[in-house]
Design a protein around this ligand. Sequence first.
Ligand SMILES: [Zn+2]
Length: 249
Amino acid sequence: MRRQSQLIWLHVSNAASMWPAPMRFRADWGVTVVWRTGSFTRLEFGEPRSQAATMGLIATPTADLWRRGWYAPALALPSPNFGHRPVGVQVDLVVVHSISLPPGVYGGPEVLALFANQLDWDAHPYFQTIRGLQVSAHFFIRRDGQLLQFVSCNDRAWHAGASSYRGRDNCNDDSIGVELEGLEGDAFEAVQYRALAALIAAISTQYPLAHVAGHEHIAPGRKNDPGPGFDWTHLRLLVARPALRLPLD
Ligand SMILES: [Zn+2]
């Protein structure tokens, strides 16, 4: 199936497999690249391959990249762990998390399996400690910046648990959860910050986003992710939206 080509402003390139349809990109230094499924053409922009690979989508994503709460540039892996949002809620919060399974091991399928309720609990001793857990997040950003989506942003994902923020409880009701592949307390990759900032910009085209906070801020004392290794000042610089409230404001 072919979709309409779409023109978007691209600050940086993205992982090849993330883009499911032919799309036209216009880099901010003027290069236009047409991207097709089936015959992937990697975005190079004249930059070294490694640098291109570490770039993420920034810019002003067009609203038509969204379909019923699904963001087209993300690889969609629908999770059964979601529910309807209460009627009339204002989705104005992005909650940043960190996760890796087993903790500190990156790049594997375990997080995806967890959100699909298909994790083999016996495959690793750590998994015994979370046996039976049914959770999800809307998005997952890999160490290389790859973006995956599990739940429509119009629906309620199961990432926050008991929580309270900006005077409202049950943050799952009216937030969007973004998991960064990482280890609580450790540092995150530059490309993950770029991908997160790009995603925040994209979410802002669809929802009245006003706050970004960590799981540690909405469930203090119970949760500690993403932890002290996450640089909120760096995210503030990348997001460049003064009206958006971050935990350091
Ligand atoms: Zn969390």
